[in-house]
Design a protein around this ligand. Structure first.
Ligand code: FAD
Length: 395
């Protein structure tokens, strides 16, 4: 069996894995990325679209932000519609910061192109990825294996970064007694539709409605992304484009509904909503990052941004280790990440609870939700708290 040696084995070529590889490369540290899917498949996944300023700064540092700055749209606020009335949350006025709308697909494309230019290896369509030893006992290195184009390969590395998402192999390789997981599954999902139509509103529009939550979002001035809260029993094949547009219109205030421009869907999918955290995020020589360690419901636009902040801490820790021989960053990685992760989990849960319909909950829940919304929309202090979390807490 062929053996490949590297400093850092990265499992998963999502945004977390690719960004980590790029930051390490710029510090002269070698990595191998192994990815289960093809590059085309990774690029075809439609996901997040709102970047915090801290994520943009990290992409700057990684040297992959030229297109982001040329094509990304700075958003200085967003809107919340409640009982048919639109309210603007002015991020810039409230906390002096903004977000950038730039699709995850584009971030991934920029990172993949940069990876290609580094000449460092990425093994796509790697099957049967297995972590054979990452305990680090007696200084032992990481041993892993996979099958690429029918050929079994062994990998020896100093460390392994588990950037392989919620369903990946890395977290699953940790002995159950060494890990604690926390999970909340929401009783609904988001049905998303992507279309080449101009966005209905200039900024993101979150709508609380008796028929269910909706989000009008965008990827560019000519490409829109819309979401509807749907029951978990719904199937995407039962949603024709027409049914989607009709349902969206019925949840919007009349003026917004009448200006909605519809078109053929480029993609439609249903994503279940979940809050999930695995603790700790380090096991010997294995470090989990991004969705492999935590999931947030997408309401607060935090998933991709949290993956980036993990990578920030992890890249710094590896750089300190390889350049200065320091273990401090590696030792504090898990606690540093989790402090930030739990705050983003709280915010995402809060915003989800605020804006969705919880039909099965006792009636008092609806009244409390209404009171929370009334308070938020009438209190500048409450809006500042929302804005501070939405633009991203400091590192
Ligand atoms: C359907 C959907 C919609 C979303 N929408 C939003 C949104 O609107 N806003 C938001 O903020 N966030 C959203 N998110 C979350 C956001 O996209 C994620 O937080 C982000 O992708 C995390 O990046 P990651 O690199 O950690 O994980 P991923 O992007 O999941 O990447 C993990 C990679 O690992 C690979 N992999 C998995 N298993 C293996 C294995 N055994 N071996 C090798 N490779 C493996 C996968 O193929 C994948 O390429 C959404 C997520 C999903 C699933």
């Amino acid at each position: 069996m062929k053996t490949h040696r590297t400093q850092v084995l990265i499992v998963g070529a999502g945004p977390a894995g690719l960004l980590l590889g790029q930051l390490l490369h710029r510090a002269g540290i070698d990595s191998l990325i192994v990815e289960r899917s093809s590059g085309e498949h990774v690029l075809a996944r439609i996901r997040a679209g709102v970047l915090e300023a801290g994520t943009v700064a990290l992409l700057d540092e990684a040297g992959v932000s030229a297109r982001l700055h040329a094509q990304g749209q700075p958003h200085h606020g967003f809107e919340m519609a409640v009982a048919g009335v639109r309210h603007r949350i002015d991020l810039q006025a409230l906390v002096g910061r903004s977000v950038t709308v730039y699709g995850q697909t584009e971030v991934t494309r920029d990172l993949m192109e940069a990876r290609l230019q580094t000449g460092r290896p990425t093994w796509f369509e790697a099957a049967q990825v297995r972590l054979d030893d990452f305990s680090g006992s007696s200084g032992a290195q990481v041993r892993a294996s996979c099958v690429v184009q029918g050929e079994a390969r062994e990998i020896v590395a100093d460390f392994v970064a588990g950037c392989d998402g919620y369903h990946g192999v890395c977290r699953a390789s940790v002995p159950p007694q060494a890990i604690h997981t926390y999970e909340k599954v929401y009783p609904f999902g988001w049905l998303g539709l992507l279309s080449n139509t101009p966005p209905v509103a200039p900024e993101l529009l979150y709508t609380r409605h008796e028929r269910g939550f909706s989000l009008c979002s965008m990827r560019s001035p000519t490409r829109s992304r819309y979401y509807l809260q749907v029951a978990l029993t719904e199937k995407v094949e039962d949603w024709s484009d027409q049914r989607f547009w009709d349902e969206l219109r019925s949840r919007l205030d009349p003026e917004t509904a009448s200006s909605l421009i519809t078109g053929a869907s480029l993609e439609k999918s249903i994503a279940p909503l979940r809050s999930f955290v695995a603790e700790p995020m380090r096991f010997g020589r294995l470090f989990l990052a991004g969705d492999a360690a935590h999931i947030v419901p997408p309401t607060g636009a935090k998933g991709l941004n949290l993956a980036a902040s993990d990578v920030r801490y992890l890249s710094q820790a590896f750089i300190e280790h390889f350049q200065e021989g320091s273990h401090a960053g590696l030792d504090h990685y898990s606690s540093r990440c989790l402090a930030r992760v739990w705050k983003a989990e709280r915010f995402s849960w809060w915003m989800t609870s605020l804006m969705h319909n919880f039909d099965q909950e006792p009636e008092i829940q609806r009244k409390l939700q209404q009171a929370e919304l009334d308070y938020l929309l009438s209190s500048e202090a409450a809006q500042r708290v929302l804005a501070e979390n939405y633009v991203g807490l400091p590192f």
